[in-house]
Write a protein that binds this ligand. Structure first.
Ligand SMILES: [Zn+2]
Length: 78
């Protein structure tokens, strides 16, 4: 993984290792760490921008990441 995508479990506790199924047909598996928010809610580093909140892969220069709206985090069910 690149661009700070991996989070170590020591950074934000409690966290647990999860597999996120993403893509239109959920055909892509991504293994990462989820910060346990409570119940079945978990928070992971954004899969699109790697947790930076900045989308910098297009021709228009750096922009706010649409997926996480610049927060660098996404919610998942665990
Ligand atoms: Zn993002």
């Amino acid at each position: 993984m690149t661009r700070g995508f991996e989070q170590s479990p020591e950074e934000e506790a409690p966290s647990e290792r999860v597999v996120v199924y993403c893509g239109f047909l959920r055909e892509t598996e991504v293994e990462t760490f989820a910060e346990v928010i409570g119940g079945i809610a978990g928070r992971i580093a954004c899969l699109e921008c790697g947790g930076s909140g900045v989308w910098d892969f297009g021709y228009d220069g750096p922009q706010v990441c649409v997926s996480c709206k610049g927060t660098g985090k996404q919610y998942v069910s665990i």
